[in-house]
Design a protein around this ligand. Structure first.
Ligand SMILES: NC(=O)C1=CN([C@@H]2O[C@H](COP(=O)(O)OP(=O)(O)OC[C@H]3O[C@@H](n4cnc5c(N)ncnc54)[C@H](OP(=O)(O)O)[C@@H]3O)[C@@H](O)[C@H]2O)C=CC1
Ligand SMILES: O=C(O)CCC(=O)C(=O)O
Length: 445
């Protein structure tokens, strides 16, 4: 019979030093082993071993020229993790911390997240250790073109469909898609997150943040509660954070923080429409720093700090992995936290996650609560295949019902006899079941 520590030892040996990947595998397999204990078919087909080995990892060099004509060399990867239920699908990340281990953890998580959406999409992730910060527009353009010169060999509308992630927004997707189209001489839906003028879906930009809040709504509805007047702390001020903030405000919550890697703004009055438009322009158009919000609206700025010392009812980590450590989780609990839902991928460290799961706060893992982004990417693929564009209302309705369904699946597999829902357990089992059963159906190899 599978033994958790033995399985994890093998994963560590085969993936030495990749601590985020080890963490992600442990988080899933802790729930899966008890679930499959009386189902020997999974062990017989070596499903756990197969699920931790990506189908393939492509690594390549990206050479590009800066504005001073200096040549730079970066590394890029595409981790095609698992295509059992559909073509590989997942974002591209541009950040200096990117390496194969980080992308493997993200691709592993993506595989189960995509399964939860009920759409036919497999799991992948990619990116580069390129740092977009401080680069000119023409440098970003040249980097994106150079990356696509190589990446185009491995992707396609039925093979692997990338999208954005940290450091890759509308601008980068446009440059990547433009070059892909040129190189292949085909107009296909191979990349999602495209602009609406050339095959993008309405609501894709907003989808991860909106989906996160829809998921939170579903969690609160279990207790006949809602977001009205809840004090919400959000980290990050990128794509996920901004639209989580907007939807939370729309539903009557008071959002008091946003952050970036330099610090946190604490706006005790709450972010309103005018302030939101300012920060949206600051981040999406001017690529500015969050401190400028504090300067503009004279609120508190916590230099070099995360938002987690600030009391709130609901915490939404929307920046990056392991941004909520054990001591932050303890502080949040001490300050009266009632719910934490992950907008980022694995933003809570392993010990913080354990503490939250063992406490009586509501806790949602990213693979469930941030699945709205990839879900609308899936809807973008459908629209591209149909050569149609659905209205914002139609996409938003579908997003809401996908998030509701994910919540239902978490409940189905995560609810105990007392009616408490372990969302992590529910998401892990539901995601695993779909992918693993497809693998079983294909036979032993
Ligand atoms: N975009 C999407 O559709 C989806 C994204 N996600 C996940 O959500 C998270 C955020 O992604 P997204 O909003 O797209 O990315 P963006 O690049 O748009 O924004 C990222 C934000 O997080 C901050 N941040 C990034 N790295 C760090 C760090 N090491 N320490 C502190 N702050 C940091 C950034 O600050 P700064 O600018 O200073 O670096 C920025 O404010 C990621 O975990 C991503 O994987 C999950 C599902 C879908
Ligand atoms: O839209 C996509 O394909 C990917 C979104 C993503 O990267 C994620 O869900 O983490």
């Amino acid at each position: 019979m599978y033994d958790l520590e033995r399985v994890l030892q093998t994963v560590k040996k085969h993936n030495a030093g990749e601590k985020e990947f080890h963490q992600a595998v442990r988080e899933v397999y802790e729930d899966i082993l008890p679930y499959i204990a009386d189902k020997p078919r999974y062990e017989k087909a070596a499903i756990l071993e197969r699920l931790t080995e990506p189908d393939r990892i492509i690594r390549f060099r990206v050479t590009w020229m800066d504005d001073n004509k200096k040549i730079h060399v970066n590394r890029a990867w595409r981790v095609q993790f698992n295509n059992s239920i559909g073509p590989y699908k997942g974002g591209l990340r541009f950040h200096p911390s990117v390496n194969a281990g980080i992308l493997k953890f993200l691709g592993f998580e993506q595989t189960f997240k995509n399964a939860l959406t009920s759409l036919p999409i497999g799991g992948a992730k990619g990116g580069s250790d390129f740092n977009p910060k401080g680069k000119s527009d023409s440098e970003i353009f040249r980097f994106c073109h150079s990356l696509m010169d190589e990446l185009q060999r491995y992707i396609g509308e039925d093979t692997d469909i990338p999208a954005g992630d940290i450091g890759v927004g509308k601008r980068e997707i446009s440059y990547l898609f433009g070059q892909y189209k040129k190189l292949t001489n085909r107009f296909t839906g191979t990349i999602t997150g495209k602009d609406i003028n050339f095959g993008g879906s309405l609501i894709r930009t907003e989808a991860t943040g909106y989906g996160l809040i829809y998921f939170v709504q579903n969690m609160l509805e279990e207790f006949d509660d809602d977001l009205e007047e809840k004090e919400v702390s959000i980290s990050g001020s990128g794509n996920v954070a901004l639209y989580a903030c907007q939807k939370a405000m729309d539903l009557g919550a008071k959002v008091v923080t946003l952050s970036d890697s330099d610090g946190t703004i604490y706006d005790k009055e709450g972010i309103d429409r005018e302030k939101f438009e300012f920060v949206k322009e600051l981040k999406e158009v001017k690529y500015g720093r969050i401190k400028e919000y504090a300067d503009e609206f004279s609120c508190e700025y916590l230099e070099g700090e995360t938002p987690w010392s600030i009391p709130c009812d609901i915490a939404l980590p929307c920046a990056t992995q392991n941004e909520v450590d054990l001591s932050s989780a303890k502080t949040l609990l001490k300050n009266g936290l009632m719910l934490l839902a992950e907008g980022a991928n694995m933003p809570c460290s392993a010990d913080a996650t354990r503490l939250l799961r063992d406490s009586d706060v509501l806790y949602a893992p990213g693979k469930a609560s941030n699945a709205g982004g990839v879900a609308v990417s899936g809807l973008e693929i459908s629209q591209n295949e149909l050569r149609m564009s659905w209205s914002a209302e139609e996409v938003n309705d579908r997003l809401q019902s996908i998030m509701k369904e994910i919540h239902k699946k978490c409940k189905e597999h995560g609810e105990d006899d007392d009616g408490n829902i372990d969302y992590m357990k529910g998401a892990n089992i539901a995601g695993f079941k779909k992918v693993a059963d497809a693998m079983l159906a294909f036979g032993p190899v």
